[in-house]
Design a protein. Structure first.
Length: 266
């Protein structure tokens, strides 16, 4: 009797699952996903081409090498596919870093000059990598302009709107929930990579405190509001957690990076 009931249950479960799956148009779903992926890739190239046309991109190994090492270390320790991240370093004194669609990570030399420790810098890198990993940029764009308009951008039929969208990505905030998610994910990345997660909180605290005395920090703060509250949330999140703290670069390599960035425009 028990065997019969078990067999009947399995048969009902099988056909029930099959019936549910038949209710979905999987070809359409898969096609939509492919369109989204292709659109994201094209948008990433479009936005980066537009942005780099007005900026000085740094490729010198003395600067690009150490930063790539930090990004690679975070990725390797957190199971993130490094080759999908496209790292760009821009010679610009504005304190800023941001992500573009299709995992473009843009870092300004102004940010490198402003951070005081390696852990502060890794914290900001982790925050931006989290935005990329969680697809926050595309979520923001789809919410603001919609998928059909994004597709039209890739076809070259919405040039002005593309420029406005690029401006939005590089200078305006994500939703509070997305910022918090990126903060806490960055803290997790850092702990798994044996980097002090307090670095990100320290940087946020200092940016909030120095806002009136350091006008160039206002740009980064405008895209990352409520810095003090976010710093406190990070401190609470890591409280009681066990983690190691050790530098990724040697002290000499970190100082050399800072020195190279400082003399870039000399």
């Amino acid at each position: 009797m028990k065997l019969l009931l078990k067999f009947t249950f399995l048969v009902v479960l099988f056909f029930g699952t099959w019936f549910v799956l038949l209710q979905f148009d999987w070809m359409t779903i898969l096609k939509v996903q492919q369109i989204k992926k292709t659109t994201e890739e094209k948008l990433g190239d479009l936005f980066w081409d537009m942005f780099k046309a007005e900026q000085d991109v740094i490729r010198r190994s003395e600067i690009a090498g150490p930063i790539d090492s930090l990004v690679t270390h975070l990725c390797r320790k957190n199971g993130i596919e490094r080759k999908k991240l496209k790292l760009h370093i821009v010679d610009n004194d504005v304190v800023n870093a941001f992500t573009l669609p299709d995992d473009h990570l843009v870092v300004f030399t102004g940010l490198i000059k402003e951070v005081e420790t390696e852990s502060e810098f890794v914290g900001v890198l982790g925050h931006e990598i989290a935005h990329a990993q969680n697809n926050h940029v595309m979520k923001k764009l789809m919410k603001e302009v919609g998928m059909s308009v994004l597709i039209s951008m890739t076809n070259g039929s919405a040039g002005e709107l593309a420029r406005e969208s690029l401006q939005s990505i590089t200078s305006s905030a994500f939703d509070r929930e997305l910022e918090r998610e990126a903060d806490l994910d960055a803290a997790d990345y850092m702990m798994k990579a044996d980097v002090d997660p307090e670095g990100l909180a320290t940087f946020l605290y200092r940016m909030a405190d120095d806002e009136r005395d350091m006008p160039r920090a206002v740009f980064w703060l405008s895209s990352h509001p409520e810095s003090r509250e976010r710093a406190e949330a990070i401190i609470m999140y890591i409280k009681g957690k066990d983690f190691y703290k050790q530098p990724v670069l040697s002290d000499e390599a970190w100082k050399a990076l800072k020195a190279e960035v400082e003399k870039e425009k000399e």
